[in-house]
Design a protein around this ligand. Structure first.
Ligand code: AMP
Length: 112
C-alpha cells in the first residue's frame, strides 16, 4: 500500500493544502509544534534525506524554491525554521521525505 504522504498527495487522505505544483505538495501538520507548522513533501516518493540522489534532487530543489512562497502565504514575515528528520536517530516517523516549516513565534534556540 502507498505510504501515508503518497496517499495525501493522491487525495485519498484529507489534508489542509497550502501549496501545490508539479513537484511539491505542502499542507498543515496535523499536530502543530508552532503557530505555523507546514510540511512540504516531494510528489515522487523517497524515504528520507538519505534517499536523495542526483536523479531525484530536483524535487528537493523545487521544495526549497517553494518555501519562500509558502512562508509568505502563511504570514511568516519575521523568519522561520526548516527541518527534516531522517531515520531512527533523527526521529523520523513518516517514511516519506518531508520538510517541516515552522514559525509564527520566536522558536527555541536549542535542537533537543
Ligand atoms: P516526522 O516525525 O519528522 O516524521 O514528522 C511527521 C509529521 O507528520 C509529524 O509532525 C506529524 O504530526 C505529521 N503528520 C502525521 N500524519 C499526518 C496527517 N495525516 N496530516 C498532517 N500531518 C501529519
Amino acid at each position: 500500500m502507498a505510504c501515508l504522504f503518497c496517499r495525501i498527495i493522491e487525495g485519498e487522505i484529507p489534508s489542509k493544502k497550502v501549496y501545490e505544483d508539479e513537484y511539491v505538495y505542502a499542507f498543515y501538520d496535523i499536530a502543530p509544534m508552532a503557530p505555523v507548522h507546514v510540511l512540504l513533501i516531494p510528489k515522487q516518493h523517497m524515504d528520507s534525506a538519505d534517499a536523495v540522489t542526483a536523479e531525484n534532487s530536483v524535487y528537493v530543489a523545487k521544495i526549497f524554491e517553494a518555501i519562500p512562497t509558502v512562508a509568505k502565504a502563511c504570514g511568516l514575515v519575521n523568519g522561520y525554521r526548516v527541518i527534516t528528520n531522517c531515520g531512527e536517530d533523527g526521529c523520523q516517523s513518516v517514511k516519506h521525505l518531508h520538510f517541516h516549516l515552522l514559525g509564527g513565534k520566536k522558536l527555541p534556540e536549542t535542537l533537543a
